[in-house]
Design a protein around this ligand. Structure first.
Ligand SMILES: Nc1ncnc2c1ncn2[C@@H]1O[C@H](COP(=O)(O)OP(=O)(O)O)[C@@H](O)[C@H]1O
Ligand SMILES: [Mg+2]
Length: 264
């Protein structure tokens, strides 16, 4: 589904990472993958996400998604290809309501083409009406999934922090991705909200969406993910099952050893 090969990135001559290989494999007839990415602060996890979602340029390497190269594509083109990401801090319009924000995201997924709008205006009207209905339905469906139907008409800027994070996930889901990439969805959440987020990711995944998640919370990543990549010192230093990662010497040394267990 997603194949990152030999990816490298530097900022002003300072290497963030190089030789990064990461795959998300979706085998027909099998459960959708749920993959974790961990690593110390500053390891380059967000930068990696920024590159394969079109927000930053790579120095070298390739990113194949569904058989197509993503490098060089714009963020909205990547969303339409079926890969959506959420941000460490939610990117909602603070003045819009919860539902309006989800609708904006839902429309990102639609393709109101030139042909529809200008050449066949009547056909277009019907199609537009249908797409509007579809988007409304989708918005309510994803808000119900994240448990925010009751908050639909709230101004986003007034939401408590935990719900801002959930709104970010709802906005991602509204684009109907094949692969949803989440950057620290539980950062700053209390233990109860963290548990809810973990369940939500698993529910999204059971619904047939592949999930790639960056997370600091070891418990979340160990329980939810079936495979984990560890990024440190500009390299993938380990990859495997949660139980393998938990006892990997290099991981314990560079990551768990630096007080990261405190987050578990
Ligand atoms: N736009 C940027 N310009 C310069 N340096 C950056 C930029 N974005 C990230 N970096 C640097 O790249 C490194 C990796 O950052 P980041 O990807 O945010 O790490 P992580 O998400 O793993 O904490 C850090 O040293 C950070 O300071
Ligand atoms: Mg980050």
């Amino acid at each position: 589904m997603l194949e990152i090969r030999n990816l490298s990135k530097s900022f002003q001559g300072l290497q963030v990472f190089s030789g990064i290989d990461l795959t998300v494999e979706d085998r027909p007839g099998e459960k959708s993958p749920l993959i974790g990415v961990i690593g110390p602060n500053g390891a380059g996890k967000t930068t990696l996400f920024n590159i394969f979602t079109g927000y930053a340029k790579a120095d070298g390497g390739s990113v194949i998604f569904d058989g197509k190269e993503l490098l060089g594509k714009k963020p909205h083109e990547i969303v339409r290809a079926g890969l959506t990401r959420t941000f460490q801090s939610t990117l909602a319009f603070r003045q819009l309501t919860v539902k309006e924000n989800v609708l904006v995201a839902a429309y990102l997924h639609e393709d109101f083409s030139f042909l529809e709008r200008f050449i066949y205006p009547l056909v277009s009207l019907k199609l537009t009406q249908k797409k509007t209905r579809d988007a409304q339905e989708r918005a309510e469906k994803v808000l119900s999934m994240v448990g925010m139907l009751d908050d639909m008409d709230m101004v986003s800027g007034n939401l408590p922090y935990g719900k801002q994070k959930k709104l970010g996930i709802a906005m991602g889901l509204a684009t109907e991705p094949k692969l949803l990439a989440l950057d620290e969805p539980a950062a700053g959440l209390n233990p109860h909200e963290t548990a809810e987020t973990m369940e939500l990711l698993q529910e999204i995944n059971r619904g047939g969406t592949a999930v790639l998640v960056i997370e600091h919370n070891m418990k979340l990543i160990m329980t939810a993910c079936e495979r984990i990549y560890v990024l440190s010192g500009g390299r993938i230093i380990a990859e495997g099952l949660p139980q393998e990662i938990a006892k990997n010497e290099r991981v314990i040394e560079v990551y768990l050893g630096k007080g990261m267990t405190a987050h578990a």
